[in-house]
Design a binder for this molecule. Structure first.
Ligand SMILES: Nc1ncnc2c1ncn2[C@@H]1O[C@H](COP(=O)(O)OP(=O)(O)OP(=O)(O)O)[C@@H](O)[C@H]1O
Ligand SMILES: O=C(O)c1ccc[n+]([C@@H]2O[C@H](COP(=O)([O-])O)[C@@H](O)[C@H]2O)c1
Length: 214
């Protein structure tokens, strides 16, 4: 069955790294990929842009194609956006359809600090995407926990609803939202690190430029 892949993030702001890896993951898995902005991302400082501003940027970025879609369900919940709660909700909605949680290798490396992380495999597969320029070392404990779940076979992901881990090898792009925020904050214009749609309306990038203006 065609999997549904979920790519959660803060998206503060969405950048070409997110879009490119999500697109390649969609092709590799032959899946619909939903970008899912966290309302209150766990384990990090509050984002610079509000949830509404981040969603407006996502909408502008995704315009003109249909393979990558937007899912705003985490914005309807209060409190931290724990992924396990979201996945349980999706599992109820999608029955036995394979679900794949897409994580950059840096996010995967931190998995053991997530809320009820072991339970994730009850409801989803995990697709780990390579990412250059960040710490992607995984602990012995995490490797031990995921080793029996590893597969390189995409057919296994399509056959089972959940429970496996697959590494998805995509074109490496050393782009981060942190770097983009830094550039915008000092008045630079990182035009080709951001999707073109973000430049259509000057209000979209205003939250990051404000520190420059004051
Ligand atoms: N260039 C990239 N290549 C692969 N994965 C990425 C890339 N950028 C972000 N990701 C992944 O996208 C997901 C959401 O990331 P997030 O929105 O925090 O972006 P970020 O660029 O890491 O932001 P920040 O610099 O603010 O931490 C995470 O799983 C992260 O690992
Ligand atoms: O559920 C958790 O405990 C948890 C802890 C850290 C991160 N996450 C999710 O991981 C995704 C990427 O997070 P981030 O901080 O790299 O943007 C995003 O969807 C977060 O909600 C989830």
């Amino acid at each position: 069955m065609k999997p549904l892949a979920i790519f959660g993030g803060t998206f503060d702001p969405i950048h070409i790294g997110h879009l490119s890896v999500a697109w390649e993951a969609a092709e590799l898995l032959d899946a619909e990929v939903r970008l899912m902005p966290a309302s209150v991302p766990p384990h990090r400082l509050p984002p610079t842009a509000s949830a509404e501003q981040r969603v407006a940027m996502l909408r502008a970025a995704l315009r003109g194609q249909s393979r990558l879609t937007l899912d705003t369900r985490e914005l309807d919940r209060s409190g931290p956006s724990y992924t396990i709660d979201t996945l349980h909700e999706l599992r109820k909605e999608f029955g036995d359809r394979p679900l794949v949680l897409l994580l950059g290798a840096d996010a995967f490396a931190g998995l053991r600090s997530w809320q009820r992380w072991r339970e994730l495999f009850d409801v989803t597969h995990i697709g780990v995407i390579n990412r250059p320029g960040v710490d992607t070392c995984i602990s012995v404990e995490l490797e031990r926990a995921v080793a029996p779940r590893r597969t390189e076979d995409l057919a296994v992901i399509r056959r089972q609803p959940a429970g496996r881990m697959i590494e998805l090898v995509v074109t490496p792009l050393e782009v981060s939202a942190t770097r983009i925020r830094e550039l915008l904050a000092v008045g630079r214009d990182p035009r080709y690190l951001l999707p073109a749609g973000l430049f259509d309306d000057p209000a979209l990038l205003a939250p990051y430029r404000e520190s420059f203006a004051h």
